[in-house]
Design a protein around this ligand. Structure first.
Ligand SMILES: [Zn+2]
Length: 210
């Protein structure tokens, strides 16, 4: 079951306090009609009834796909990340759920796209190491580059965020994906207590890059 609660929010523009419904979790198999609101982030937006100002609510969120046995926890602060990890313990792993903890909405959406595309997020993270290296070679001026997986017209893509700004889209080729799948088959273990974090650091550890 999806879980909602109500909080009082003070509008940052006009100061009006108004009740807002917060989605603590969404079971996407059951409440499928709300999934698009996660993707376009409107599920996390509150509109002030007084002045119409829209505010993004920073909140923890759990995305569940029961049939595919995925749980993606979005922790909006370090504090809530610790709380989630403590509560998780080992129990959910035994239910056969694939569990991920992410600390940004970009990562949350990326995981949902990967889940929907039927891909393995570990392979995607490994591919991103190569794609990022190639991008940085071609764009030596960009300091901080992030890549986020998404699908467009059925194709697998990576959104490039360079120095905080969307800076284009690159294709994630099937050849690279299947090559990684082949090369790293049997080597996709989890490292220490970071087992719920499949990210760039995980990929670097797996490749043995310091
Ligand atoms: Zn207002």
């Amino acid at each position: 079951m999806s879980k909602q609660s109500t909080i009082n929010l003070k509008c940052p523009k006009c100061g009006l306090e108004h009740p807002v419904t917060i989605w603590e979790s969404l079971e996407t198999d059951v409440d499928a009609e709300f999934k698009d609101s996660v993707i376009d982030r409107s599920l996390f937006m509150a509109e002030c009834p007084g002045c119409g100002e829209k505010t993004e609510i920073e909140q923890d969120f759990l995305y569940v796909h029961k049939e595919r046995k995925w749980k993606i926890y979005y922790a909006c602060t370090d504090e809530s990340e610790k709380k989630i990890l403590t509560e998780l313990g080992e129990s959910d792993v035994k239910d056969g759920y694939r569990i991920r903890v992410v600390s940004s909405k970009n990562e949350l959406l990326e995981k949902i796209f990967i889940l929907d595309a039927g891909l393995d997020d570990r392979i995607v993270e490994l591919c991103k190491i190569y794609v990022l290296a190639a991008y940085q070679e071609e764009h030596p001026g960009c300091k901080i580059v992030e890549l986020y997986f998404f699908t467009r017209d059925g194709g697998n893509c990576l959104q490039v965020i360079a120095d905080g700004r969307p800076s284009g889209v690159v294709n994630l080729s099937e050849m690279l994906y299947s090559g990684m799948q082949r090369d790293y088959s049997g080597k996709l273990g989890y490292k220490g207590n970071r087992k719920y974090f499949i990210d760039r650091q995980w990929a670097l550890d797996t490749m043995g890059v310091e």
